[in-house]
Design a binder for this molecule. Structure first.
Ligand code: NAD
Length: 430
């Protein structure tokens, strides 16, 4: 019997806690033996759950880099701008790395992470969780089986969700590019990664993009609105009211996301949520925040062989992150509505439906994308346990290539031009 994989959680927030639950379900496959996080509440909560000895808990990831290696792998779940330094330092120490997306916020840093992992001989999984979603994975299997023939066009849509956008990209952690990253990288690197994955061997050769921040700007603040929703006389007419998004939910006993992430140092209840909305970022008027990231963006791409792809991300939707996809091939059309896949065959005029088993063991996945998160950590642990990087679907090279595509698309938007991509999509322009 192989020994369980010992991991250190770097960043014990929402994502770090989520992946760590794998050790609770499968203690014979994974053990959490170290934790680094400056927040006492988060660190101690995870320490108690996994019975981690005091000497293996730290306020900062640097302490792990300074110690002798004491685990097999690290789960790096720190904020976006804190990915590259721990990833490079800990890969150099010989830890296998599970790294949250985006890999890093510049192309150079992404490249350095990949080169370091390759040179250090460690495995890297980037948390492109959608590749591990059982139904979405089936799209790739169907494309590769050629049921729709040659892929000619891909259309992919990401509805962010109106209150999700207000929570994460207007008031929250990903609102401001200088503090985190641009929206296409923070939110939609998953989507360009999928398009890149579905295109297979064909490289992206041209990319353009348009997008902007709409609506959530000072000019749209209603007359008489206060700077905080709890003081606001017109809050009742505002769909983005923090009272509606957080306080009304906790009053109904709904303490999962997004309520669960706004009380940084306590469990969410009426008192702590009221306090968070009175003093913290999530109680701010959505028209009075320091947000600057796009609320709507489109990307168009041409791949080798004439395959075209169009991607749209928009904040103003009822659905939250339930992607929709249509893929048009020479023999048929594939569509995905966020639940199931339909394939229409041009020869037989028949439609076949495809689903997958989305169940996961235990209570896993309350922190995110349920089944996809589960299969991602399961693959990483299996890869480390069996010393088999082929079990990783989002490894260094393919992830770097799709991140490069994201950087090229954003450059196209900012510079208002078509980017002609070299090898692969390195963002030359003409
Ligand atoms: N794969 C996905 O679909 C997905 C979904 C959501 C978030 N993310 C990404 O995951 C990462 C974490 O997001 P989150 O929602 O868990 O954020 P979070 O704020 O809940 O957690 C981040 C944690 O990192 C800790 N931290 C900060 N500085 C540190 C340091 N020097 N050393 C160790 N820990 C430190 C923070 O205290 C915090 O607890 C982000 O990069 C985010 O973009 C990915």
């Amino acid at each position: 019997m192989p020994l369980p994989v010992d991991v250190i959680v770097v960043g014990a927030g929402n994502r770090g806690e989520n992946y760590s639950d794998y050790a609770v379900i499968y203690p014979d496959r994974m053990r959490v033996v170290g934790i680094a996080d400056p927040r006492d509440f988060a660190r101690k909560k995870l320490q108690a759950r996994h019975k981690v000895p005091d000497q293996n808990t730290f306020n900062d990831w640097h302490c792990i880099a300074e110690r002798e290696k004491f685990a097999d792998a690290v789960l790096i779940c720190t904020p976006d701008r804190l990915h590259k330094d721990p990833a490079v330092a800990l890969a150099k120490k010989g830890y296998h790395v599970l790294l949250e997306k985006p890999m890093a916020v510049t192309e150079e840093d992404c490249t350095e992470i990949v080169e370091t992992c390759i040179q250090s001989g460690v495995m890297l999984t980037v948390c492109h969780v959608l590749r591990y979603d059982p139904v979405i994975h089936k799209i790739k299997v169907l494309i590769d089986s050629r049921v729709i023939g040659d892929v000619i066009h891909i259309q992919h849509f990401e509805p962010v969700g109106f209150y999700h956008f207000a929570h994460s990209f207007v008031r929250g952690n990903w609102r401001n590019e200088a503090e985190s990253s641009f929206a296409l990288l923070a939110k939609s690197c998953h989507d360009l990664d999928l398009i890149h994955h579905w295109a297979g061997e064909r490289r992206c050769v041209k990319v353009s993009s348009f997008g902007s921040l709409s609506h959530f700007i000072k000019e749209n603040k209603p007359a008489n609105a206060a700077n905080r929703c709890l003081d606001c006389p017109v809050e009742g007419d505002c769909a983005y009211s923090a009272k509606k998004i957080y306080l009304d939910r906790v009053k109904r006993g709904e303490v999962g996301w997004p309520v669960s992430v706004i009380c940084k140092n306590s469990v969410p209840d009426i008192e702590s949520v009221t306090e968070a909305l009175t003093t913290g970022p999530y109680g701010r008027c959505v028209y009075e925040c320091d947000n600057d990231v796009c609320s709507n963006q489109v990307v168009t791409m041409e791949f080798e062989g004439g395959l075209t792809a169009a991607f749209t991300m928009v904040a103003f939707t009822e659905e939250i992150c339930k992607r929709r996809t249509s893929i048009y091939g020479s023999k048929g059309e594939l569509s995905y509505d966020g639940h199931e896949i339909k394939v229409f065959d041009f020869l037989t005029n028949r439609t076949t439906k495809h689903t997958a088993d989305m169940r996961v063991p235990g209570n896993f996945g309350k922190g995110g994308h349920g089944s996809a998160d589960y299969h991602l950590i399961d693959s990483f642990i299996a890869a480390v346990m069996n010393k088999d990087p082929t079990l990783i679907r989002s490894g260094p090279k393919e992830t770097l290539a799709s991140h490069k595509l994201v950087f090229a698309a954003e450059r196209a938007r900012l510079e208002n031009r078509v980017m002609f991509c070299g090898n692969p999509c390195d963002g030359e322009s003409r």
